[in-house]
Design a protein around this ligand. Structure first.
Ligand code: 5AD
Ligand code: SF4
Length: 364
């Protein structure tokens, strides 16, 4: 039975009115199957109106699993001494990117841990070579770096940057990334916007101690920062991390966060993340029916792929390039033909770029 206040909250999205924290919480916390189905179908409707039926494919190359950070949740953390580390050479990265282009991809995502071997100049060289040889949009996902590096990579031709804030809860962030600061991460996102990147962020759902209030705050900040892409993934416990025994995030909760994010942001690019397909069979298909419009496909050479162990099961990711046309056909969707940049469905408002020096989380 759908409650009147639930309907009113969903309608707020339709009317272009901002959802309040209470309304987001109401949508997030329903246990009623009919209400949840209504939420997913409304997100699907908003997706179709705002960005259409195209699903944009991205080729992802995980080029180094070295990381100076020690995030409690991640298998690449520097204290995981059981992980076999690898680093692709610049020439190999360029080669795989070109191969992705010949296979029909128009965007390549270059992802790694925070690896200082890839200095600003080295990675700029890779970007420049790819741009010289292929008509590809380049997305970087290499963690928090200096403003000078972001600038050099933009100048070399990078188009987009992914930097998830993971959680907006200051306490949770401090607990899970003890050496880092949430305010610095948000500032980095502002710098990237200021430099003209298309900027993506995102969070994890099901982190230990995370509440619906925390998730509602995440969604509100997605909206406020006007991100061009937002990746929403379930937390998946990695056996070689301090969170080995924590229960994985639930697909149902991920789908709700995704659906609400679609309703409030309208035209942002929302991937059906790899992790959704790992916590549950067909998770990515469900995500595509709950607001998502992007899929990333792994192009990391097989010799390295098994070592990019952010969370377990990634290397067995069930979706392969060959399976995509049939899967999209069954969902009545089509493969995106362009580079899949964000197309604003409403007049672009200027994003709140660089947060002021005294930026405070209390203002969220
Ligand atoms: N479960 C799910 N996602 C994870 N990430 C890191 N560790 C995990 C995990 N255990 C995600 C983070 C990071 C991205 C590169 O991988 O969101 O931003
Ligand atoms: Fe490194 Fe990113 Fe993993 Fe943290 S989440 S340990 S920064 S790869």
């Amino acid at each position: 039975m759908v409650r009147q206040e639930f309907l009113t909250a969903i309608k707020a999205g339709q009317e272009g009115r901002e959802l309040s924290r209470e309304e987001i919480l109401l949508l997030l916390s329903s246990t009623d199957e009919e209400e949840n189905q209504l939420l997913f179908s409304e997100a699907d409707r908003v997706r179709q109106n705002a960005v259409g039926d195209e699903v944009h494919l991205r080729a992802i190359v995980e080029f180094s699993n070295y990381c100076v950070q020690n995030c409690l949740y991640c298998g690449l953390r520097r204290d995981n001494h059981e992980l076999v580390r690898y680093r692709m050479s610049p020439a190999e990265i360029v080669e795989v990117a070109i191969k992705a282009r010949t296979q029909g991809f128009q965007t390549v995502v270059l992802q790694s841990g925070e690896d200082s071997w890839f200095t600003g100049d080295r990675l700029a060289g890779v970007i420049q070579k790819i741009k010289e040889q292929a008509d590809l949009a380049i997305t970087l996902s290499v963690g928090e770096r200096t403003y000078a590096d972001y600038w050099a990579w933009k100048k070399a031709g990078a188009d987009r940057y992914l930097l998830k804030y993971e959680t907006t809860s200051p306490a949770l962030f401090k607990n899970l990334r003890p050496e880092r600061d949430l305010a610095d991460r948000l500032k980095a996102l502002g710098s990237l916007q200021e430099l003209g990147y298309e900027v993506g962020s995102g969070n994890m759902v099901g982190l230990p101690g995370q509440t619906n209030e925390d998730l509602a705050a995440d969604i509100q900040l997605f909206c406020k920062m006007d991100f061009d892409m937002i990746g929403i993934s379930p937390f998946i416990a990695h056996p070689q991390t301090p969170l080995a025994r924590v229960v994985n995030g639930e697909l149902g909760k991920v789908l709700k966060v995704l659906a609400i994010t679609r309703i409030v942001t309208k035209d942002t690019n929302l991937p059906a993340t790899t992790a959704t397909g790992i916590v549950q069979d067909k998770g990515r298909q469900e995500a595509l029916l709950s607001g998502a419009n992007v899929i990333m496909l792994n192009m990391t050479p097989s010799a390295y792929r098994k070592h990019y162990q952010i969370y377990p099961g990634k290397e067995r990711s069930p979706l392969e390039m060959q399976a995509i046309p049939e899967m999209l056909f069954s969902l009545r969707r089509k493969i995106g033909l362009g580079k899949g940049q964000r197309i604003h469905s409403r007049p672009a408002e200027k994003p709140e770029s660089l947060p002021p020096a005294n930026f405070s989380l209390l203002s969220i």
